[in-house]
Design a protein around this ligand. Structure first.
Ligand code: NA7
Length: 535
């Protein structure tokens, strides 16, 4: 059964992940005619598609959840410190059922055209099912990691075995028992899937181009007393995160990592390592800005790797080098490094011996070496931040397309809107703290701000709200200037578009901090939305 898409709407929401579901919920509460569309056959967004074994969030479950409904907070119990994909998907389904949200969505449908009509002040939206919708406002709740990215390797279609991407994993599961399997990519997805595939495959080859910095997750069942205590004071707990720079509860250090003695640094590092999680990133003031400071911690990570991985050559290859600790997303692991102690796992360095071609039998390296395979897994990431937006074919005022407007990187005001695309909103994307923060905090803040704005426009009889060029220029400059002194520009990561050939190298997320950002947005709303031309 496919719900029909209404022809006329106040607001169309694209996406049925955390952002889209909450947008539809809130607009329905405000009495708007709202409907959502998603390409997936059900709710979940990124958690609908990323079903590879080992898929798990790197934010703690007690933080990676909604806070808008106290009933929901009371009724839901997380079971693990870091939630696994099936549990997150169950949670999202629980939310959809509880608030009867599926009725306001059409699934299995891709939005393929979003065109502004400057005379009627309406968006005209089309889908791959031939739907035609006219909507006053469009919310792009399309997520930041939605479009899987395959590398540009010649012969990719020649492979005779099975090809998989972690971000589009088959829903009926994959059995690789008895098979020769390779994984390309050692970011968060690769590090999660590798130990799981190693347990099943006859032989697993990891084709590593860059070793990422990986620290233990130390995942564990959630202590129920702890969870109950948090629930009993959840609003206060959450409110603290809303004003924290990262939208979390991590302690923020006040000293430079260069100031502390070797002994003290080691002791602190060991504590973080034992506790698990990425909190060390905030332990010192300069880990995000000083290469020297980052290197002190980086070297301690390498020492740990050498202590875990038995084969010295493999250990050295797993030691990240050539870019600063923390400049790519810090990866959390469960059994990752120990997996390389298994006899059926081989690490191949494709930085020194690059993949030349994919052939029917497997992967051929420049040296002539052939890695024979039955299954090839790409854990090569996503066309992040802009991929899904560009794929929707958005055309604004005067026929300007979004890829043209953003040819040098995303330009937004507050990350929420962009000049010449009136009544179009982005949830938790470029120009906002987004996925550099606890994204659930950022999503709730954005959805509330955007839906309040749409409510305000209705109240004031405004039909059109467009970001001014000046406000956008100022904000974009501010975003770039805030990123400039950080080490993020020094890592070849999806944060800077490095995994997509030809993508402009910009760090487009806002690093000013979640709490500060929230205050800026609230101030702008309270002053009648300066920076938006409303008519
Ligand atoms: P990432 O973090 O973008 O990692 C992609 C990996 O794929 C990374 O190790 C890349 O190596 C590797 N890659 C990409 N293209 C190639 C080619 N051509 N050859 C060899 N290796 C390649 O994606 P993930 O899915 O792991 O994680 C994305 C985010 O999702 C993550 O940060 C969390 O926020 C959740 P490289 O480092 O570029 O050398």
């Amino acid at each position: 059964h496919r719900n029909p898409v209404p022809g006329e709407l106040d607001v169309l929401v694209v996406g049925a992940g955390f952002s889209g579901l909450y947008s539809v919920y809130r607009l329905r509460e405000l009495g708007f005619r709202v409907h959502g569309i998603d390409a997936g056959d059900d709710v979940g967004g990124v958690w609908y598609w990323n079903r590879y074994p080992g898929a798990r969030c790197d934010i703690e479950s007690v933080d990676y959840c909604y806070s808008f409904s106290s009933d929901l907070v009371r009724e839901w119990d997380w079971t693990e410190r870091y939630p696994a994909q099936p549990e997150i998907l169950r949670y999202i389904n629980f939310v959809a059922d509880k608030f009867d949200l599926r009725a306001n969505f059409t699934f299995g449908t891709r939005v393929n055209g979003v065109t502004w009509n400057d005379e009627t002040n309406r968006w005209h939206v089309t889908t791959d099912h031939g739907d035609r919708v006219t909507a006053a406002h469009v919310i792009m709740a399309t997520g930041q990691l939605a479009v899987p990215q395959l590398p540009d390797i010649p012969g990719i279609d020649d492979f005779a075995g099975r090809t998989l991407h972690t971000g589009a994993w088959p829903h009926d599961g994959v059995d690789v028992s008895g098979q020769r399997v390779a994984v390309i990519g050692t970011g968060s997805s690769g590090v999660q899937v590798i130990p799981q595939l190693a347990k099943q495959a006859d032989h697993l080859t990891v084709l590593q181009r860059t070793a990422h910095f990986v620290v233990p997750a130390k995942n564990h069942p959630l202590d129920q007393e702890y969870a109950e205590d948090l629930k009993s004071r959840f609003e206060e707990y959450r409110e603290a995160a809303r004003h924290h720079p990262g939208g979390t509860h991590r302690a923020i250090g006040t000293r430079s990592a260069l100031e502390v003695s070797e002994e003290e640094l080691r002791e602190a590092f060991d504590e973080y390592w034992e506790r698990g999680g990425p909190d060390i990133l905030a332990a010192y003031t300069d880990l995000r800005t000083s290469e020297e400071a980052a290197e002190r911690v980086g070297e301690l990570v390498r020492e740990k790797i050498r202590g875990i991985v038995h084969d010295p050559q493999t250990a050295e290859l797993l030691c990240p080098r050539g870019y600063p600790f923390g400049s790519k997303r810090l990866v959390l692991e469960i059994d990752y490094y120990t997996t390389y102690n298994r006899e059926n796992v081989t690490l191949v360095d494709v930085a020194s011996d690059p993949i030349e071609r994919i052939v029917p039998e497997g992967v051929r390296l420049r040296s002539g070496r052939l890695v024979e395979l039955d299954t090839l897994v790409f854990a090569t990431g996503f066309d992040a931040l802009t991929g899904a937006l560009f794929a929707a074919n958005i055309t604004g005022v005067g026929g300007l397309t979004l890829p043209e407007a953003w040819k040098d990187g995303p330009r937004t005001y507050l990350g929420i809107g962009t000049h010449r695309f009136p009544n179009l909103y982005f949830v938790a994307g470029a120009g906002s703290p987004s996925v550099i923060s606890n994204v659930l905090i950022s999503i709730e803040q954005h959805v509330e701000w955007i839906t309040d704005h749409i409510g305000w426009l209705r109240e004031h009889g405004h039909e059109r709200s467009e970001v001014t060029e000046e406000a956008q220029d100022d904000w974009t400059r501010h975003v770039f200037e805030t990123a400039e002194p950080t080490l993020f520009m020094k890592g070849n990561s999806w944060y800077v578009g490095a995994n997509v050939p030809g993508k402009p190298r910009v760090f487009a997320l806002y690093l000013g901090g979640v709490g500060h950002y929230r205050a800026v947005c609230a101030d702008i709303a309270s002053r009648g939305y300066p920076g938006f031309a409303t008519t």
